[in-house]
Design a protein around this ligand. Structure first.
Ligand SMILES: Cc1ncc(COP(=O)(O)O)c(C=O)c1O
Length: 407
């Protein structure tokens, strides 16, 4: 890397993209690749018609100007009402900021809070894209764990320990992903209450990324941090990408409901950064307002899709249970499954080697767990049709049988 771009760039990895080149060169040689790697629901579920129609209406009405920098007021009202209705909280419209996806909210949050030498606490496994923004500020991510052997619940002991170990360099925030990508599970209410208590006792700002909060099945018992964080400085992240199947609309919501010094300062800082980029996508804001407010249609769409995800996710789970080489926690949210590879049974040493060889030999593209902060696991998207899921696991089984130790 030359010295034109800053040094931190060289520290950024993109595990989501590292197999793309291999997959493309296999395609060039005439191979068909089965890909269960990308978490874009719109590859499988069309953005609902009632949202698309509103988008078109916005264009026809000439809503193509710069929207207010912090977001359309009606959308902000719809977002706060949604939280108030779903979680019986009391959020105000002024507590909501609209961004270009949760990604931009995270970028603005990190730019606002972190500088060289700071730390930010993330709970592994985590959504990969959390890291680049932290690194770009010259800050360092530090980690606590979800516990595989405890249904991927948050290991609050590890959280306490990580904070203790950070000494004087206490993390600027704790970030919880609720429901979780990549595990497809929800933390328990008990563990979330403990996280809130830990944040409070250590005076650390709490962030909860709840972008999958309506994608629940298998009788998941979901608790929003909004329900348990009352009074403790926190921010809720959510958006249109997953619950509304509108990834390309690029609409995210941040809610910072408290009025302590930290919350007000962060709200102010994010607002200033929104101002510096002028506006999020105006017609998309108009359409997503309808997407959230039209509870009847939203619920109908969700019911249909969730029935399907529950089926394909449970099929994937059942196939893994039959496998000699994998073990897994049963998902109840989002659209991922995150099995552990029993590497001791294979002539393969790492999840990276596993996913690369699997792609080359079986033409199946999935992601390595180490890219999500958890070595020895793999992530698969569970949105495809049942026959695709079956085909994927049959290729994995064939692959593992071939690489079995001491055959
Ligand atoms: C946990 C989590 N947060 C945020 C995002 C990105 O959201 P957005 O499309 O709103 O930028 C994703 C996308 O996969 C995600 O899984």
């Amino acid at each position: 890397m030359n010295d034109f771009v800053i040094e931190h760039i060289s520290k950024i990895e993109n595990p989501l993209a590292e197999l793309v080149d291999i997959a493309n060169s296999l395609r060039k040689n005439g191979h068909k690749i089965l890909s269960l790697s990308v978490g874009d629901p719109v590859n499988y579920v069309k953005t609902p018609d009632f949202i698309i129609e509103k988008y078109i209406e916005a264009l026809k009405l000439g809503r193509t100007f710069y929207e207010s920098w912090g977001g359309n007021k009606k959308l902000k009202e719809a977002v706060s009402k949604r939280y108030n209705d779903l979680y019986k909280v009391n959020y105000n419209t002024e507590d909501v900021i609209i961004t270009q996806g949760v990604s931009e909210a995270l970028q603005f949050t990190n730019t606002s809070l972190l500088s060289k030498g700071d730390t930010a606490l993330i709970i592994s496994p985590f959504f990969t894209q959390y890291l680049p923004n932290i690194i770009m500020e010259g800050a360092t991510p530090i980690f606590a764990n979800h516990e595989f052997s405890n249904n991927w619940d948050i290991n609050t002991e590890s959280l306490i320990q990580t904070i203790k170990n950070s000494g004087k360099n206490k993390p600027k925030y704790i970030l919880v992903t609720n429901p979780n990508n990549p595990t497809g599970t929800v933390p328990s209410e008990k563990s979330l209450k403990e996280v809130v208590e830990i944040a409070k006792n250590n005076d650390i700002f709490l962030i909860s990324d709840e972008i999958y909060d309506e994608l629940l099945f298998n009788d998941a018992k979901f608790t929003s941090v909004s329900q348990v964080a009352k009074g403790v400085p926190h921010m809720i992240l959510n958006g249109a990408s997953k619950n509304l199947f509108a990834t390309g609309f690029r609409i995210g919501f941040s809610i910072i409901p408290e009025s302590d010094k930290k919350s007000l300062a962060l709200k102010n800082a994010i607002s200033m950064l929104c101002n510096s980029r002028l506006s999020a996508n105006t017609p998309a804001e108009y359409a997503i307002t309808e997407g959230i407010s039209n509870t009847k249609k939203r619920t109908e769409v969700l019911k249909e899709v969730l029935k399907r995800i529950e089926k394909t996710s449970n099929l994937a789970y059942d196939l893994i249970k039959e496998s000699e080489y994998l073990e897994v926690v049963k998902p109840n949210s989002a659209f991922y499954i995150f099995p552990r590879i029993k590497l001791n049974k294979l002539n393969i040493h790492t999840d990276k080697e596993f996913t690369e060889l699997l792609l080359r030999e079986q033409h199946l593209e999935i992601l390595r767990g180490s890219g999500f902060g958890m070595d020895g696991f793999i992530r698969l998207v569970t949105l495809p049709e049942e026959d695709v899921i079956k085909e994927a696991f049959s290729r994995i089984e064939k692959f593992c049988n071939f690489h079995k130790k001491n055959k």
